[in-house]
Design a protein around this ligand. Structure first.
Ligand code: OAD
Length: 230
């Protein structure tokens, strides 16, 4: 059976009401990356950073999966463990839709991380400066989100999956953030067929042998139906 790796980005959750980063009016037009998505920003003003992620956590908790997330969950029922979703998203819409093979390379809003001892635990809906680690007691709780300048999660496993994939798809990502932006090129060189499903041209569109343009909620179910009917 074909091995499939699917990279998802903010565009797949846009139609569930969660904002993307770089589209007009996106999160990075409203907030400075260096203030809310770097370790230095957190050290400078932890209150601001917690408020930013508390708001995103609350929004994500209210959000429901759209037909694109649901179609990928359906694809997993056909391909089982031969299908992996690597997501840059910190929401849990893939899991809410029923997908289980999901690697959150940029962390998750549902997680808290101790900046002192690296202990992880489920994040409360609201976090605040000085929240204590339940393991070591340090007042160093932070969202378990990978910030700029930090190492994305699960990279060894992800490169392994990419190198052995027969099919690689990127959905709803602008291709501006590495290492995710390099996956298509690597997958293609290792022999995978690379497909991009996105509303607009991504920066690395030329790394894909096949391109489909449109909203994820219609493109993804169509593509999944094709794969399941082969
Ligand atoms: P971006 O905001 O950079 O890109 C979103 C992409 O989704 C764009 O290419 C849009 O054209 C596309 N898009 C928007 N609406 C869509 C829809 N309804 N259907 C299909 N495509 C749509 O988001 P990402 O590429 O996910 O990292 O951003 C990557 C990383 O940058 C994020 O994980 C985050 C951010 O900084 C961290 O915070 C570490």
């Amino acid at each position: 059976m074909e091995k499939i790796v699917i990279l998802t980005g903010a565009g797949i959750s846009a139609e569930s009401g969660l904002g993307t980063f770089r589209d007009e009016g996106g999160l990075w037009a409203q907030h400075a990356i260096e203030d809310v998505a770097t370790p230095e920003g957190f050290a400078r003003d932890p209150g601001l950073v917690h408020r930013f992620y508390n708001a995103r956590r609350a929004q994500s908790a209210q959000a429901t999966p759209n037909p694109a997330h649901e179609a990928l969950a359906r694809l997993q029922t056909g391909f089982g463990d031969e299908l992996w979703i690597v997501t840059q998203n910190v929401d849990d819409l893939h899991e809410k839709a029923g997908s289980s093979n999901v690697l959150h390379m940029h962390g998750s809003l549902d997680g808290a991380l101790c900046g002192a001892c690296d202990h992880r635990w489920p994040a409360p809906l609201e976090m605040a400066p000085g929240d204590q680690c339940p393991d070591c007691g340090a007042p160093a709780a932070r969202p378990d989100i990978v910030w700029f300048g930090e190492m994305p999660y699960h990279m060894e496993r992800i490169w392994e999956l990419i190198e052995t994939a027969d099919l690689f798809a990127a959905i709803g990502t602008s291709g501006q953030v590495y290492p995710a932006a390099a996956f298509a090129q690597h997958a293609g060189r290792a022999g995978a067929h690379c497909v991009e499903l996105n509303l607009a041209d991504s920066v690395n569109a030329r790394d894909f042998a096949e391109t489909r343009r449109g909203p994820a909620s219609t493109l993804v179910p169509e593509w999944v139906d094709e794969l399941l009917s082969h």
